[in-house]
Design a protein around this ligand. Structure first.
Ligand SMILES: [Zn+2]
Length: 698
């Protein structure tokens, strides 16, 4: 469970590669000049970014960020800008510098530096890509064309399985392949890596895009169908009208079998252990023996099936839908996945749909930025190792470590002080904090890429082999003991993550810098900014999902009945609060879909505030520009969320992201008593909640 949306796992797999090529709102963003950057020539809160004409109690988001909002335009190649994208810019600029150094170094064959340079350069060589045309995909296209029966179809579907989903760490539930594999500690055996299978098969971001009845959704579907048609035409296929129509019909049928994102987040519904032999009876249709054999999973006897009804439904569709339709579906998915490394006509067509139509972004980001994303996706640890050495000094690590310890202590005290919780439940919660592994800056060991072959002048092959390298690495781990210190984010990622099955946190180097973390800033601002981020990740340990796991990462109910009833009632109240937020007149935030993240926001800021007060040791905090310590704390928190989104990008976020939109995350403060006193918030102000309506869970 992450701080903000989407992370590196996205880029590792075959099916997901298109995302970094064409979906700028998902990828780390970068540009050489940063006109969108919040003003940051001082330390602590940035007064120039505020709008003091607004009462903090009426619109706290606007109060903290209004000045920045007013002078910031979203660049034409982005769906969204904000503090996170500004830091991602910096991270990408540094990374491209490291890549250029690697290219100049003329490193020996087989070294990571040579891989990094080779991958990046093969992506940047547009002339070579243009000259090859569709030739690199030809063997795969021919193999699809040669499928003669449903058994061979099952083989092709099995061969396309990738480790491109992640249900609990990076909460990435989408794969355009029929299904997706996630290798993680087991629900029922947290000491060993287990195979989780998740629903898939859709190219659009979520089932809602196929089933939603609004004019906007209908319009997207029409444009999607013509996008499919155009891609097939570009690839030289005939009869494209009918093919595109059938592909959309098939995906519509798959969407009907999918469960929603809010349901996906309920781990209790996900713990369905199936033996390999169960699939033929529980989900008849697909030739499962052939599927698992082709996927290299013949020997894997047991799986956790996240969405059993979707597996039953999708497998039945394999039997009931015409073979030719499945072959067209495979063909289109393959071409779309690799459009970014095909000639310009394919790339432009794909961006025209996924960038312009779905995200409302007028222009594609410069190629070098997409190249950095690609290298981060396929060789993230190799780059990260150099990045951490260069940009994350031991002093920064020590200071961040001290802050984490203070906030964990604050969290411990909060648990002890809860009046509603039984001592037995408290002891279990404390045990989770005792065994929590906190990774700061970078991992203790680095991934070995020696089995990943990168060739000059072969970008398609480099990506294809990269996704397979990652897949084989994951499959090879099945059944092995869990490494709880393993990271699921690279050091150069501007984000943070809680890994509930490992009971671990990762705080990458790239988020541990201004404006989140600035050793020269007043303590109040650091606790409000990075402190609330740290508190957010710690409290995922105790959100609706995290609290299902015990101190060893096992799925186990460690709650008394009365405590669980209290927890459920409080969280239902928080879900109802977020249900009232309407970014658009026809679209509300989904309080259930965003519940785990909203709990982490409320609990995170509470623990950070306590940590901040404790750090004062009874002294009064120094003021900055007339703002008290408490005011600085809350303003710094609000400024974490300064961002601007295009309408299409924001709509997509509301439908597909477990995180609430930035504005409502800043407004989390209305649940915190000390915010009311810091700004003398009055009952007639818009964000005011009576004390009994404020939700305090932890
Ligand atoms: Zn989170």
């Amino acid at each position: 469970m992450t701080l903000t949306n989407k992370a590196s796992k996205l880029f590792l797999a075959h099916a997901a590669i298109f995302v970094l090529i064409a979906l700028p709102q998902f990828a780390a963003r970068a540009q050489r000049s940063s006109t969108d950057a919040p003003k940051q020539d001082t330390h602590g809160i940035v007064v120039a970014n505020m709008d003091a004409s607004v009462k903090p109690g009426d619109n706290f988001y606007q109060y903290a960020n209004g000045g920045w909002m007013k002078r910031t335009e979203i660049p034409p190649d982005r769906g969204r800008v904000g503090v996170f994208s500004r830091l991602a810019d910096l991270s990408n600029q540094r990374t491209v510098g490291l890549i250029e150094e690697a290219a100049k170094a003329n490193a020996p064959a087989g070294s990571n530096a040579r891989r990094i340079a080779g991958l990046y350069n093969s992506y940047m060589d547009e002339a070579a890509i243009e000259a090859k045309g569709l030739a690199p995909l030809r063997p795969q296209l021919d193999a699809i064309a040669a499928i003669h029966d449903k058994r061979e179809l099952a083989r092709a579907l099995g061969e396309s399985l990738r480790a491109d989903v992640d249900a609990l760490n990076n909460t990435h539930f989408h794969t355009p392949n029929l299904f997706g594999l996630w290798v993680a500690p087991g629900f029922n055996d947290s000491e060993h890596y287990t195979a989780y299978l998740l629903q898939g098969g859709l190219q659009l971001p979520d089932r809602e895009y196929y089933l939603g009845d609004s004019a906007r959704m209908r319009d997207i579907r029409t444009k999607y169908q013509s996008h499919i048609l155009t891609m097939l035409k570009l690839a030289g296929f005939s009869d494209t009208d009918a093919r595109a129509e059938h592909i959309v019909e098939l995906e519509h049928a798959i969407a009907e079998k999918h469960i929603s994102l809010a349901e996906n987040e309920d781990v209790h519904k996900a713990n369905n252990a199936w033996k390999q032999s169960d699939f033929a009876t529980k989900a008849p249709g697909l030739d499962w023996t052939e599927y698992f054999r082709a996927a290299g999973l013949s020997k894997q006897t047991s799986f956790i099936v996240w969405q059993p009804t979707a597996f039953t439904g999708e497998s039945a569709l394999v039997a009931s839908t015409a073979l030719d339709t499945w072959k067209d579906w495979l063909t289109f998915h393959l071409i779309d996945a690799y459009a970014g490394v095909l000639p310009k006509a394919f790339n432009d067509e794909r961006f025209g749909f996924f960038g312009k139509v779905l995200s409302g972004t007028p222009e594609q980001r410069p190629r070098w930025q997409r190249g950095v994303d690609l290298v981060n996706g396929l060789l993230g640890d190799a780059v990260g190792q150099i990045y951490a050495q260069r940009y994350f000094p031991p002093e920064a690590k020590a200071e961040a470590q001290a802050m984490v310890s203070n906030i964990i202590s604050a969290f411990r005290k909060r648990i002890d002080a809860l009046t509603w919780m039984d001592p037995k439940t408290k002891a279990e919660a404390q045990a989770k904090l005792t065994t929590l592994y906190v990774g700061i800056g970078y991992p203790e060991t680095w991934r070995d890429y020696s089995a990943y072959e990168v060739k000059a002048d072969d970008i398609f092959g480099n990506m294809w082999r990269g996704s397979l390298f990652d897949y084989h690495r994951e499959v090879a781990r099945l059944g092995l003991p869990v490494d709880r210190k393993e990271w699921s984010m690279t050091p150069q990622t501007v984000n943070a993550v809680n890994l509930p099955l490992q009971n671990a946190l990762n705080f990458p180097a790239a988020i541990l810098q201004p404006p989140f973390f600035d050793p020269q800033a007043p303590t109040a601002a650091n606790y409000g900014a990075i402190g609330s981020v740290i508190g957010h990740e710690i409290s995922h340990t105790f959100d609706t999902e995290g609290s299902a796991f015990d101190s060893k990462g096992r799925v186990r109910n460690w709650w008394t009945t009365a405590d669980l009833a209290h927890f459920d009632a409080s969280t239902a109240k928080l879900a109802a609060q977020y249900d009232t937020y309407k970014p658009f007149p026809d679209l509300s935030v989904n309080g259930k879909q965003t519940l785990a993240e909203n709990i982490a926001d409320v609990a995170g800021i509470s623990a950070a505030y306590d940590g901040y007060r404790a750090s004062l040791a009874g002294k009064t905090a120094p003021t900055q520009d007339g703002y008290s310590g408490d005011q600085q704390f809350f303003i710094a928190f609000g400024q974490n969320w300064g961002s601007k989104s295009r309408e299409a990008a924001l709509r997509q976020q509301v439908m597909t992201d477990p995180h609430s939109p930035a504005q409502f995350r800043a407004d989390t403060v209305r649940n915190i008593d000390s915010w009311y006193s810091a700004f003398e918030v009055q009952p007639d102000e818009k964000l005011y909640l009576a004390p009994s309506e404020r939700v305090q869970i932890w």
